[in-house]
Design a protein. Structure first.
Length: 209
C-alpha cells in the first residue's frame, strides 16, 4: 500500500502533510507516535472512513480491526463459522479456524462469555475470511493478557508469511515490537518517517519525540 502526497486533517487541524511512503507485504509494518498525532484517524482514512487529500494506492480491500469487540455478543463460535461459510470459502474459514486454535474454545460458548483474547481471535476469523489484501490493526493487543497477546503475535507472524498481504500495526504496545519483527514507522511533525531499528523507535517513543 502506498501513500502519495497524502494529507490528513481533523477539522482544521493538520495531522499529516504530503506524506509519500510505501508499506510492504510479508512484513509487519509497525506505526507508532505520541498521543494526538492522528494514528487512529490515519487508520480510518486508509479504509475510507475519513476524508483525506492525495492518493492511497492498493487499499481497495483494506480492513480495520480495533481493540473493541463488534461481534454480536449472543453468537457462539459455531454460529459465526456457519455464517462465514455461507459468504466465504469453507476451506479458508476452516484453515483460519485451525490456525487461530479456536478448536480449543467450546463451540457453544457465547461471545459475551469469552476472554478478550478469544474475542480478538473471533474478529480475525471473521475479517480474514474475506481474504483482505490490507489489514490495519489499531491498538489490536490493547488490554490483552500476555498469553493472549503471544498467541496473536504467533498467528499474525505466520499469516503474514503465508499470504500476499500488507499488515499495518498501529500501536503503543512495545511488546508488539518485541515479539513481531518488522519495519518501523513513526508519526511526528506531520510526517510518517521510516525508522531504521527497533531500538531507535522505542527511544523516540519513550522520549515523546
Amino acid at each position: 500500500m502506498e501513500l502519495i502526497e497524502f494529507t490528513l486533517k481533523a477539522g482544521n487541524r493538520l495531522l499529516l502533510d504530503k506524506v509519500n511512503i510505501q508499506f510492504d507485504k510479508h512484513v509487519i509494518n509497525h506505526v507508532m507516535g505520541g498521543n494526538g498525532v492522528g494514528k487512529s484517524t490515519f487508520a480510518k482514512a486508509c479504509v475510507g472512513m475519513h476524508k483525506y487529500e492525495g492518493k492511497i494506492k492498493g487499499n481497495d480491500s483494506a480492513i480495520l480491526i480495533g481493540s473493541g469487540s463488534n461481534v454480536p455478543a449472543e453468537f457462539s463460535i459455531a454460529d459465526i463459522v456457519k455464517l462465514l461459510k455461507k459468504r466465504f470459502e469453507s476451506v479458508r474459514v476452516d484453515n483460519l479456524f485451525e490456525l487461530l486454535k479456536l478448536s480449543q474454545v467450546p463451540g457453544n460458548l457465547a461471545i459475551k462469555k469469552m476472554s478478550d483474547g478469544q474475542k480478538q481471535k473471533i474478529k480475525l476469523l471473521a475479517f480474514l475470511s474475506a481474504n483482505p489484501k490490507v489489514i490495519i490493526l489499531d491498538e489490536f493487543t490493547n488490554a490483552l493478557d500476555k498469553n493472549s497477546a503471544l498467541d496473536l503475535y504467533h498467528f499474525l507472524s505466520i499469516y503474514n508469511k503465508m499470504h500476499e498481504v500488507v499488515i499495518i500495526n498501529i500501536t503503543h504496545n512495545l511488546s508488539d515490537l518485541e515479539y513481531m519483527e518488522g519495519k518501523y514507522y513513526y508519526i511526528h511533525n506531520h510526517k510518517i518517517d521510516q525508522i531504521e531499528s527497533k531500538k531507535e523507535i522505542i527511544e523516540m517513543y519513550v522520549k515523546g519525540e
